[in-house]
Write a protein of this length. Structure first.
Length: 85
């Protein structure tokens, strides 16, 4: 049973600006933290925030400007309660 949902924008703007790499980072994070069965990961066409992208939504909370430099801290905060075990 999933307890979290991540929606990653796969619109052309977000995808070309970093969500292609972010998708791989998310998949690796979920696997490394044994969260694959607890998190529903899905794509969306557009979040309507193209100028602020790349965008991801975690449990209904939208994050703008998600890049390799900040995605791990976002995932740790939202999925692990702020710190990696």
């Amino acid at each position: 049973m999933t307890s979290h949902t991540i929606v990653i924008c796969m619109g052309s703007s977000c995808f070309s600006r970093g969500n292609q790499e972010n998708l791989q980072e998310i998949k690796t994070f979920l696997k490394d933290n044994d969260l694959e069965d607890q998190v529903l990961l899905k794509g969306s066409r557009c979040e309507g925030e193209c100028l602020k992208g790349p965008n991801i939504t975690v449990d209904g909370r939208l994050f703008n400007g998600v890049k390799r430099e900040n995605i791990l801290s976002i995932l740790e905060e939202t999925l692990l309660g702020g710190s990696k075990p």
